[in-house]
Design a binder for this molecule. Sequence first.
Ligand code: C2E
Ligand code: CA
Ligand code: CA
Length: 504
Amino acid sequence: MPPRQAAVAIAFLYLVLGLLWISYSDTLLLKLAKESYYLNQLQTYKGWFFVSVTALLLYGFAYRAMKRERHLVENDRLTGLLNRSMFESELIQEVKQAKANQAHLAVIILNIDGFKQINKHAGLEAGDQFLIDVAHILRECCNHRTLIARLGNDEFALALPDATWPQDIEPVLNQILQRIRSIKVHQVPLLQFSASAGIALFPRDGEYAKVLIDAATHAMDLAQSKNIGGYYLFNAKISARATDQEKLLIDLKTAVSQCQFKLVYQPQFCTKTHQIIGVEVLVRWEHPTRGLVSPCEFIPLAESHHLIHGITDFVMRQAIEELTDANLLYHHIHRVSFNISAADFMHKQRSQRLVNNLSGLAGDWSVVTLELTESTALLNSEGVKQVLSPLTKRGVQVALDDFGTGYSSINTLRQLPISEVKIDRSFVTDIMENQQDAKLVKTILAMAKALNLRVVAEGVENHEQAAYLTRAGCDGIQGYLYARPMSIGQLTIFIQNRQRPSLS
Ligand code: C2E
Ligand code: CA
Ligand code: CA
């Protein structure tokens, strides 16, 4: 009931009862005591009775309303745990007490790894239920003196009074992390979730509540950057010289959640017709302070920290959207190549994700080529084939990238549904000077022809290289000689203004 209506209802009830009381209580008294002496006495008692009952009622209403209001102010609505401001003010009190008693105190910040996946794939309700389950686990694993809070989104905090490291903290933390790992979200049964934690100790890491929370948060970031699903004890010295790599990783997580990426497209040309045969989509990270960060720097980091899936999803969806909006796909561009990492094949819902990413295509899926590196192909060809199967059935093509740099064999080429190999830039660079490289390129071409595969050479920077590759029978060429990677706007202009590149 809305507050105004509820207040009117209470006032109305009071009015009715009051009127009834006034009307009937005197009549009742007159019947009970006819003599005026007793009547006066009873009138006084009646007045006291009335005041006492209304005072009790007032107390009941006021107590309930204030308790509710305080609960709303202090607690997180979803989980019923303390909210951030209440946690901070309670922690200030705990720190004061610990100081006075010369006792220990631990602050733990906990963050759910990959929480966004639940909201994205299973819906907001499932996400809420997951957070409620985590809150339940925290309550069950901690004693009554522990402050338990949800600081926001998927971040939780604990303050353990009188707890010393490691004996009072590690067992509790291990139990919490293990129970969070066992939460199942039935809408996405294959996804497994974990939490990472950071720990700060009073008085060692700070003497103020805010400092302890910051230290624990920093330790939690490092835990996530080092080993997802683990915990990290704050260490002032290590934090001060947190390596560039760790800082980059922390920023990369933000970049993935805020989509700080943009795409560039590098055209590929047919050696015979000199037409654009397709584009390779390449990702760029626009770092807020460092500027553009090369994919060579951040892709390996993303691969080793479970962040690549988010990037792959973004790249595929965004490229399809941009190329469609620019009216290039299916009109001027008939092939678009995406780089897929070995780590993309580790995800439990890998096929479905890739299929979903292509759902924005307006036409035939055969316009899409997925470039796999040799290391992916060598993972487990049967497994890779299975993941690719729903895509290849719908016409998606597969290319083997950086060919010649790894250990793939003719066998790999035969086992996977590959239709293209890309000769790595390292061979093309020295093709004119290095006999070995020239021979290798010829061998690759002979092998590809025998297996009926298309060959694209990348990293072509001069006319000699282009002429050599064309003579050797290469089908496609990609390199700075003809086109550097460019934005969608530049690509549109490039296609409009394109004059036939001279490939000789
Ligand atoms: P890659 O797949 O071998 O991509 C070709 C790289 O060679 C690109 O570098 C491209 O800009 C560069 N390149 C092309 N032509 C020339 C040339 O003539 N000379 C020279 N020196 N370089 C040339 P980029 O864009 O820096 O990408 C580097 C690598 O990062 C890519 O190598 C690929 O392995 C990875 N990468 C880029 N975008 C993505 C992505 O969206 N997902 C994944 N998983 N990896 C990506
Ligand atoms: Ca590539
Ligand atoms: Ca390559």
